[in-house]
Design a protein around this ligand. Structure first.
Ligand code: FMN
Length: 342
């Protein structure tokens, strides 16, 4: 597996919605980490272009992450929340988006990735079919699957996955679980999850969630992970495409995070703000319908600097993230992890 070839046990997690850029991926890859581009929300054409741009900037291996599509939700599921959002958006002078279902153009993205012959394609929000995994293997790619429970780990192994990304509930952004039906939306913490996943599957595991500093990375490695995937730690890097409001909230480092479906209709962790605090109790599980509804509000928030309307994705340890260049960050963390192990 690709993990055997890693000089440094640090992975740049995929960061869809802006932060992931070819520049960020190339910087991490050049420093010896393994980096993911995020295909989520891109068009297949944009994905093809980002893969080509990354390849122009670095000859090192890198991977791409895709969203596995779910099922459409009945309009009654989100009718009450739509009313609440209509009141909110009217007060902001913004029209809501259309609550339509889409599959993020999954099949077309798979075609792009299969023809790109990348070393790794990773999946979140579900497990690709054994057929898809077989096509990736034929193209010379490994399939990594994000799991949030022992059951998902077992099923990913049975489907033919090559490695698991165990994502603890500390993680910033969307939870990568295969269903989003947990009414408590609490999730399993990373250390518990690593123990459960390692007992359930023999596949190599990459740990994700709340890892920002070297002692935490070393802890995940000691618990049996082959590498640590960091997302939030890279959000403030100059190479990241993180928006200005998001950067400012991360840099302030004062407000705690919470899990919510308010922004997208799928459980995700972000820094608390007015929209999260006032909408979370009503927001249903209905993705991507709710994501499409709130898109104009979130965009307006980013453009006008109103952090209260923006999904400020961040993991629990976000106040410790720095604004170092990504390559420097990877090299520093690698040095510090090595020193802890010595
Ligand atoms: C802004 C943002 C966007 C994310 N986008 C994706 C994505 O496209 N695909 C994915 O599998 N995970 C995504 N995640 C989750 C990360 O891949 C990773 O699991 C998480 O960042 C790890 O926890 P940490 O943020 O505490 O490091 C995202 C996280 C953030 C913060």
């Amino acid at each position: 597996v690709q993990l055997d070839a890693l000089a440094i046990p640090i992975v740049l997690a995929p960061l869809a919605g802006g932060p992931s850029t070819p520049q960020l991926v190339a910087a991490v890859a050049e420093a010896g980490g393994f980096a993911f581009l995020a295909a989520g929300y891109l068009t297949p054409e944009q994905l093809r272009e980002q893969v080509a741009e990354t390849e122009r900037m670095s000859t090192r291996p890198f991977g791409v992450n895709v969203f596995v599509p779910g099922q459409p939700s009945a309009p009654e599921t989100f009718a009450e929340y739509q009313q609440l959002l209509e009141a909110l958006s009217a007060a902001e002078g913004v029209a809501l988006g259309e609550p339509v279902f889409d599959d993020d153009r999954y099949e077309e993205k798979l075609d792009v990735l299969i023809s790109s012959r990348l070393p790794v394609v990773s999946f979140t929000f579900g497990c690709p079919s054994p057929d898809v995994i077989a096509s990736l293997h034929e193209a010379g790619s490994e399939a990594w699957v994000t799991v949030t429970s022992a059951d998902e780990a077992r099923r990913a192994e049975a489907a033919g996955a090559d490695a698991l990304v165990a994502q603890g509930t500390e993680a910033g952004g969307h939870r990568g679980g295969w269903v989003d039906d947990d009414r408590t939306i609490a999730g399993i913490g990373l250390l518990s999850l690593l123990q459960l996943v390692r007992a359930a599957s023999r596949l190599p595991v990459v740990a994700a969630g709340g890892l920002v500093t070297a002692p935490a990375i070393a802890g995940a490695l000691a618990a049996g992970a082959r590498a640590a995937a960091l997302g939030t730690a890279f959000l403030r890097c100059p190479e990241a495409g993180t928006s200005a409001v998001h950067r400012a909230a991360l840099a302030a480092g004062t407000t705690p995070t919470a899990l919510t479906r308010a922004f997208s209709g799928r459980t995700a962790r972000g820094i608390r703000n007015r929209m999260l605090d006032t909408c979370s109790h009503v927001a249903p599980s209905a993705y991507p319908e709710v994501n499409n509804l709130t898109a104009p509000l979130r965009r307006a928030g980013r453009e006008s600097g109103k952090a209260d309307l923006v999904n400020l994705w961040a993991g629990q340890a976000y106040p410790l993230a720095t604004d170092e260049p990504a390559g420097q960050l990877v090299e520093r963390l690698a040095r510090e992890v090595a020193a802890l192990k010595a």
